[in-house]
Design a protein around this ligand. Structure first.
Ligand code: MG
Length: 381
């Protein structure tokens, strides 16, 4: 029987439209490089399970692994790396991502520099599938950056030193675990704390964090507060406890209530679940103070960069966030970090089996390297 486990264990090399025996993607691409490389883009992909260091709970569910699909695009002896990360609530899975990627035919394009046409083609293959689309976008950006010989933050003209500090996330947990995790977060200058449970539980979490540290907190309620008056009462309570802003306090479609809450709120509000793609931003103006941009929601680096421009135009605060991802997708997101007011790029720090090295956090700050493309190297694990 073709179980999910055996499927993952095989880590089979898969190309669009075919299944090839378990050959390492890296060996395959070495072979292409030795032959001088093909002048057609070749997309390959394989499933990968990210093991979480601690079980992670946010409002609604707990998990110990995150399903990922790793992608590569080879062209002219150069390989670009990408990734799709699929937290369960977004509705994608390794199977759905692989089914999508098998439909992608990059060989019809002669030139990887035609990002606009290639990614417009990928976007119209099917609706949704945003993580699958991001995995192509990231690998293509990595490839093109390597062909140009520059990192993407430099290609876009962004100043690496302007990248902000990142938060480190404390999930919903028992009092003892929250105290322990807050102590472990000592290297990070700002904490992101997940709320959205009962009033007693939410206040216990904040009080417990505050028993360990006075450092600034950013709260994410993950749509967990169902009533605008209750949400305002919670935000007022939080505003006396060195909290900087509140992310997604109300359910994602409650935009009228959200506009009222933002008007009344003593703290800025940031849209996460309410803001998936570029087209969502106009209706969020005046509803939230800012937007949380994530590559897995918005189909990748190209659209994320457009979201920056639109958010700036509307005078909104900008935040870059992530799912639980390897250093591949985190480093891709970090290329945009110099433009951000806030960053929450800690997803790679939550997993035990990261298969890339890339962007580093130094003194709590996102620190970009000078490697071309998205700035990553695969690790042999
Ligand atoms: Mg969030």
């Amino acid at each position: 029987m073709f179980t999910r486990r055996s499927f993952i264990k095989s880590s089979a090399l898969i190309t669009a439209g075919s299944l090839i025996n378990p050959v390492s993607m890296f060996a395959q691409n070495d072979k292409i490089a030795r032959l001088g490389g093909s002048k057609r883009m070749q997309l390959t992909f394989r499933p990968f399970d990210a093991q979480l260091i601690h079980p992670f709970t946010v409002s609604g569910y707990t998990r110990t692994t995150t399903p990922i699909v790793l992608t590569e695009i080879a062209y002219d002896g150069i390989t670009g790396y990408g990734e799709a990360a699929m937290p369960p609530y977004l509705g994608e899975s390794q199977a759905s991502v692989i089914a999508f990627l098998q439909k992608v035919n990059l060989q019809q394009f002669k030139n990887p520099f035609e990002l606009d046409d290639i990614l417009a083609y990928v976007d119209q293959i099917a609706i949704n599938n945003t993580a699958a689309k991001a995995s192509v976008d990231i690998a293509l950006h990595d490839l093109v950056g390597k062909l140009i010989g520059q990192p993407w933050h430099a290609i876009w003209g962004y100043t690496a030193a302007k990248a902000p500090v990142t938060t480190f996330t404390i999930g919903i947990d028992t009092e003892d675990v929250i105290r322990q995790k807050t102590k472990e977060a000592a290297p990070y200058k700002i904490l992101k704390v997940k709320l959205g449970e009962s009033e007693i539980a939410d206040k216990m979490i904040i009080t417990t964090v505050r028993s360990v540290t006075d450092k600034p907190i950013r709260v994410d309620a993950n749509q967990g507060w169902k009533d605008k008056h209750y949400a305002l009462k919670m935000i007022e309570w939080l505003s006396d406890r060195n909290v900087e802003f509140v992310e997604q306090p109300l359910p994602k479609y409650d935009l009228d209530d959200m506009a009222w809450l933002t008007e009344q709120s003593p703290l800025p509000t940031i849209a996460d679940e309410s803001c998936q793609r570029l087209e969502d931003i106009p209706r969020l103006k005046g509803v939230f103070d800012g937007i949380n941009i994530k590559l897995m929601k918005c189909t990748g680096m190209r659209e994320a960069n457009k979201m920056i421009s639109m958010g700036e135009t509307f005078g909104m605060k900008l935040m870059i966030g992530c799912m639980t991802e390897t250093s591949c997708a985190i480093s891709a997101a970090a290329q945009l970090a110099p433009k951000m007011d806030y960053a929450d790029l800690d997803g790679n720090l939550l997993i035990a089996n990261d298969c890339f090295s890339g962007m580093k956090i130094i003194d709590g700050k996102i620190t970009l390297n000078d490697r071309s493309g998205i700035g990553v190297k695969p690790l042999n694990i």
